[in-house]
Ligand binder design. Structure first.
Ligand code: NDP
Length: 312
């Protein structure tokens, strides 16, 4: 059977993917959008979003994603709740495959697959995920109100989340693996001047202790090799994110961390007709509003590509 060639396929369903869909659909490009493993993306595991312009009272992350999906559907975006695992960008028609092996083709592809939180990789961390171990203090900190918590990381995210947790917890243990923090000066000062936050320098977590829920974390000082245990009820991992770019590795230019490279000021990748938007190509800003803006850019770039090639 001959394959239908879509004008545009969008991979990913965070603010970037849905914004690309809204723009592409309104430009008569009949977009087909694949949601991926986590429909709605990272905002689905967020509570209140207070910094997205236009919501003076804030908005719940899942509500915002639901609204974005409805807005994309209103203009006839076709949505498939499937994951793309393989692509062939030999071109000019681009091919992609779902996890179940079904093939789809399109003249243009917009990649908006986002980024995922990194984990330490401890067995005990995996066992206690969602039972006290979390990668999102803002989402889950509230559950540990009044209780001691631990957090690992030394970047802006860890600093911001440690300060957030200190508003809820009497005792926040921040584990920093080196003797310096990577976080910006102002964020570091906030952490270091907060009497509720205890920074453990040169310290790594080696085991999270607990059966049904977190009870403590076993730590090691990597200078002295001294081990000790701290009692905590919640343990937060804030060690950065990994872009979800694995299916595109053999096709697209990426930086050393796997973020897709785009031509500055555009969403163009090194493959004509393939565009990238949102966190999968942004290691710096990583905000819902910047992701949405770059999704808009990708749809406009794809539209211009279709017009220039006489397809639209
Ligand atoms: P970063 O990559 O900046 O920092 C990750 C931190 O985790 C590093 O300090 C790193 O340690 C540590 N780390 C990594 N792996 C491990 C491990 N296995 N064990 C222990 N520690 C580990 O990630 P962030 O998420 O903090 O920030 C990403 C980007 O987003 C940055 O550009 C940041 O500035 C920005 N951001 C800005 C904010 C703001 O301005 N309000 C808020 C949040 C993020 P080491 O330093 O030793 O490598």
């Amino acid at each position: 059977m001959e394959q239908k060639i879509h004008h545009t396929i969008i991979i990913g369903s965070g603010p970037a993917g849905y914004t690309a869909a809204i723009y592409a659909a309104r430009a008569n490009m009949h977009p087909l959008l694949f949601t991926g493993v986590e429909p709605g993306g990272q905002l689905m595991i967020t509570t209140e979003v207070e910094n997205y312009p236009g919501y003076p009272e804030g908005v719940q992350g899942p509500k915002m994603m639901d609204d974005l999906q409805k807005q994309a559907e209103r203009f006839q975006t076709e949505i498939k709740f499937e994951v793309i695992t393989k692509v062939d960008f030999t071109g000019p028609v681009h091919k992609i495959w779902t996890e179940s092996g079904e093939e789809f083709q399109a003249h243009t592809i917009i990649i908006s697959t986002g980024a995922s939180a990194k984990w330490l990789g401890l067995e005990s961390e995996n066992k206690l995920k969602n039972r006290g171990v979390s990668a999102c203090a803002v989402c889950d900190g509230f559950f540990f109100k009044g209780l001691p918590v631990g957090i690992v990381g030394a970047g802006d995210t860890a600093a911001e989340e440690a300060s957030y947790l200190a508003k809820l917890s009497p005792e926040v243990h921040l584990l920093v693996r080196r003797d310096v923090m990577r976080a910006s000066k102002i964020m570091q000062e906030r952490v270091l001047n907060n009497p509720k936050i205890k920074v453990h320098w040169n310290t790594e977590a080696i085991e999270i202790i607990g059966e049904e829920e977190v009870e403590a974390v076993r730590i090691i000082n990597n200078k002295t090799n001294e081990e000790s245990t701290i009692a905590v009820k919640g343990f937060f991992i804030a060690i950065g994110h990994q872009p979800n770019s694995a299916p595109f590795v053999n096709w697209l230019d990426m930086d050393d961390q796997g973020y897709i490279r785009t031509v500055p000021g555009t969403s163009k990748t090194n493959v004509p007709g393939v565009f990238a938007s949102g966190d999968v190509q942004d290691r710096i800003y990583r905000q819902a509003v910047t992701a949405a803006g770059s999704g808009c850019m990708a749809a406009l770039d794809a539209e211009r590509y279709l017009v220039a090639n006489g397809i639209l």
